[in-house]
Design a protein around this ligand. Structure first.
Ligand code: UD1
Length: 356
């Protein structure tokens, strides 16, 4: 079989690290990078650090307004799919690259597999929610990380070729843990922080960066906290901070985005994580680090139900209070499976081929 996989943004590179390896052991993969993320720190560092095969095609789309960015990807992906006529197009998650890949394949009648299907925030103001809903409704094979995701699909009438496989990000974390632990002391020393004596923060969701009052409210909380906050800053967020003229206190260490191993090491050693990222909420859970989520909803509701994640939105006082009092200690059940997810996904591709 021939499979075209579409990636474009950071969380997709992480997932491709596990899936591409497994795909290439059994089938022919053509890896298409849309170019949505293009800075070395947002893209190349993941290919190098995780041993992801070099993209066979890079569409070089870059940044732009939602519609134009998606349209340029659609045009590029359509050409690649038309010339290769694959057996499957594989898309990951919820980015504009996911949407473009799914739309292009559906119009060309090529079956689509969606890895990380069925997630919902039920907030249609998020571009990611629109991307997920459309990708799921166009997909022929839907690979879900959680029971909640399977139930979300059923509620929308999608029950055919839906499989609970677990979360492929756990495969990648399990593979990287030992190497991250080895390099951890070096990373902490380079950044002049000590284990459990800092908070790790990330902010990049458009709901938090495009509204300067929300961003200001989050940074007010960071400034009000007595602890060191290590803050790898997404380029979108750096621009938004500069445009709004916001300033941070010396306890907030703004650094460039970091690679995967470094992020795992920094998460594992943090006292607490503050984030609006989806992936980081789960990584904090798997590593047993409390997570304060800077959003009103999460797709990863199980981490909240298990008591290890709390939703506080962008309210300054709520963030400060949560950092002071949130102290989970309960069990951490296998909410998203036990790993080996990439192998399951690739097996299901073979089993479903021709029967969809
Ligand atoms: C995208 C995804 C989001 C994912 C996130 C991971 C969509 C709608 N959102 O958000 O689901 O969680 O990636 O990071 O697809 N930029 C750079 N250099 C880069 C990449 C981006 O400077 O390498 C800047 C650009 O100015 C751009 C902004 O970041 O305007 C936003 O980039 P974009 O790709 O639109 O979305 P993300 O916020 O990264």
């Amino acid at each position: 079989m021939k499979i075209i996989s579409i990636v474009g943004a950071r969380p997709q590179f992480v997932k491709a690290a596990a899936i591409s390896r497994e795909l290439r052991m059994r089938y022919t993969e053509i890896l298409v990078h849309t170019g949505q993320h293009y800075d070395y720190g947002m893209s190349g560092i993941f290919f190098d650090g995780l041993g992801i095969p070099k993209a066979d095609v890079n569409l070089g789309v870059g940044s732009g307004p939602q519609g134009r960015q998606t349209a340029e990807m659609l045009r590029g992906i359509e050409e690649v799919v038309t010339s290769h006529r694959p057996d499957w197009v594989l898309v990951y998650g919820d980015t504009n690259s996911t949407l473009a890949g799914a739309l292009a394949a559906a119009k060309l009648h090529v079956p689509i597999v969606h890895v990380e299907a069925g997630l919902r925030s039920f907030n249609r103001h998020m571009p990611e929610e629109i991307n997920r809903v459309v990708a799921d409704h166009l997909s022929d094979l839907l690979l879900c990380p959680s029971h909640t995701a399977v139930n979300n699909l059923a509620a929308e009438g999608i029950t055919r070729n839906v499989h609970l496989v677990g979360d492929v990000m756990l495969d990648v974390l399990n593979n990287a843990k030992a190497r991250a632990a080895e390099a951890c002391a070096k990373f902490l020393a380079q950044l002049d922080v000590r284990r459990r004596q800092y908070l790790l923060a990330t902010v990049h969701r458009s709901e938090n960066t495009d509204a300067s009052d929300r961003l200001a409210s989050i940074l007010d909380a960071f400034n009000a906290l007595p602890e060191t906050i290590l803050f790898p800053v997404h380029p979108r967020t750096r621009k938004a901070i500069a445009t709004a003229g916001l300033v941070v206190n010396p306890n907030v260490k703004m650094i460039d985005p970091v690679g995967y191993l470094e992020m795992v090491a920094l998460t594992d050693s943090a006292r607490m994580v503050l984030t609006d990222s989806g992936g980081l909420q789960k990584e904090a859970f798997w590593l047993g680090v409390p997570c304060v989520t800077l959003r009103e909803q999460t797709e990863w509701v199980e981490t909240v139900d298990a008591g290890w994640n709390t939703l506080v939105g962008s309210d300054t006082d709520k963030i400060v209070d949560a950092v002071k009092v949130f102290s989970p200690a309960g069990a951490r059940p296998n909410l998203y499976g036990e790993g080996c997810v990439a192998a399951k996904c690739v097996s299901l591709l073979g089993e479903t081929h021709g029967s969809h």
